[in-house]
Design a protein. Structure first.
Length: 189
């Protein structure tokens, strides 16, 4: 069975899979299902805040979607960003991940490689663990593979300006919540 046929089989299996309570619908990468715990309340608040900010700025015909599947048959990857901004095309205009305590490596590293390879031109990582955000854009190449050429990493309180052909969307990060010690599964102080 080829890698692409195996990926298609995983996609078919995923369509009939019901995750247990407290677990997200799986992503596919490296020939395996990747499942995580459902996000905590502060993660959901951050997602809703950013969704609402973007929805008020994007033009008609452009949607801001939560947990939308983004698949690439050639790469054999299916990712589910926390938010995507899309005009209905196969590739979103922007993918946003809110870092969960258990998914930092996936959000920063794995998806930081996958999203430019999938052709997603802009990627925003919002990190409630330390109150920072990282915005990456303009796909180029590095070490023989697609990579973002530009990167901006700043603390909450700084405004993210996402420049697109459809306008510049501004996200205010000053009111975004930080994770509590309990959210990060740490003992109380």
């Amino acid at each position: 069975m080829t890698e692409q046929a195996f990926y298609q089989r995983l996609r078919e299996l995923r369509e009939h899979y019901t995750p247990p309570p407290g677990v997200t619908h799986p992503e596919i990468s490296g020939g395996a299902f990747l499942m995580t715990m459902s996000p905590c309340r502060r993660h959901q608040i951050t997602t809703a805040d950013l969704r609402d900010q973007l929805a008020s700025q994007v033009p008609d015909g452009v949607g801001v979607l939560e947990a939308a599947d983004i698949g690439d048959d050639v790469l054999g990857k299916l990712r589910v960003p926390d938010l995507v901004v899309t005009n209905g095309g196969a590739v979103p205009l922007l993918a946003i991940e809110i870092v969960s305590p258990s998914t930092a490596g996936t959000d920063y590293d794995a998806k930081g490689h996958d999203y430019p390879a999938m052709g997603i031109p802009r990627y925003l990582i919002v990190d409630p663990r330390d109150g920072t955000w990282t915005y990456q854009w303009q796909i180029g190449g590095r070490e023989g593979r697609p990579a973002y050429e530009n990167r901006l990493h700043l603390p909450y309180g700084s405004t993210v300006a996402v420049a697109t052909d459809l306008g510049t969307w501004k996200l205010d990060t000053s009111g975004l919540p930080l994770y509590s010690r309990k959210d990060m599964m740490l003992p109380p102080e």
